[in-house]
Design a protein around this ligand. Structure first.
Ligand code: ADP
Ligand code: ADP
Length: 229
């Protein structure tokens, strides 16, 4: 359960300017496929189409054999978890931010999600710059820590399919390693599509797809792609 399939997908935002030119790939259940390629290649467009923010001009996108054109956007949002590059936090504790939208979740599940994402030590703290009259004390979160809040939120939500948009922001290498570890844990056993910006972070992907100007230029494993130059 959780198979994602793109079949000859064409798409343009504006007429006469094709962005995806016949993209086909499959992410088998529980596998990880990474999409890499230069800025502007169409990588994020693929994730936007998967959420039905836009419809393909032609071709089909299927989840478990069902065309997503026939699926409500709300249903898709339950099936697909998104870890975005930039996370905007609400004016409340980190715990509240992890739990947001999952008000029926047990407190211990919230703590466990925060622990897996390695943010449990400041679960009752507030982000710096927010109104500290509602909580314990101000806390300055780095970009990497904010991304881990998004990871914890996704762990709590527990969707079968994950879309990870890798941070391009200047994370220091220690943070990058921690994020990578947390992402590895959350993608374990889930169908995962990674929008990647660096080959070095996707060594473990089952397949890497190189997108260039809206077409698949190459595909293979990390070792295979390195060998072919
Ligand atoms: P990537 O994620 O690979 O950097 P995107 O999928 O974000 O690329 O964008 C692919 C192309 O589509 C780019 O040339 C971008 O400028 C263009 N584009 C993205 N969003 C829009 C939009 N809303 N309207 C028109 N063009 C867009
Ligand atoms: P929920 O279904 O948990 O209440 P939302 O409806 O806020 O959550 O969002 C569902 C999923 O869609 C979340 O994983 C969220 O990150 C993702 N999402 C929401 N808005 C966007 C967006 N603009 N671009 C990409 N993903 C988004």
């Amino acid at each position: 359960e959780g198979v994602v399939r793109f079949e000859d997908v064409h798409f343009s935002y504006i007429p006469e300017r094709p962005i995806l030119k016949g993209v086909s790939f499959e992410v088998p259940a529980g596998h990880t496929v990474a999409i890499v390629g230069p800025s502007g290649a169409g990588k994020s467009t693929i994730s936007r189409l998967l959420f039905r923010f836009y419809e393909p001009a032609s071709g089909r996108i299927l989840i478990d054999g069902q065309n997503i054109a026939d699926v409500q956007q709300g249903t898709l949002r339950k099936a697909i978890g998104m870890v975005p590059q930039d996370t905007v936090l609400f004016n409340d504790t980190i715990g509240y931010n992890v739990q947001y939208g999952r008000w029926d979740a047990a407190a211990e599940d919230v703590r466990e999600a925060a622990r897996l994402a390695q943010i449990d030590r400041f679960i009752s703290n507030l982000p710096e710059g927010y109104d500290t009259s509602v909580g314990e004390r101000g806390l300055k979160l780095s970009g990497g820590e904010k991304q881990r809040v998004a990871i914890a939120r996704t762990i709590l939500k527990g969707p079968p399919i994950l879309v990870l948009d890798e941070a391009t922001s200047a994370l220091d290498s220690f943070t990058e390693k921690e994020i990578q570890d947390a992402l590895d844990r959350v993608s374990q056993g889930r169908t995962t599509l990674v929008i990647a910006h660096r080959l070095s972070t996707i060594v473990g992907a089952d397949e890497i797809i190189v997108l260039d100007h809206g077409s698949i230029a190459e595909r293979g494993t990390h070792a295979g792609l390195l060998a072919s130059g």
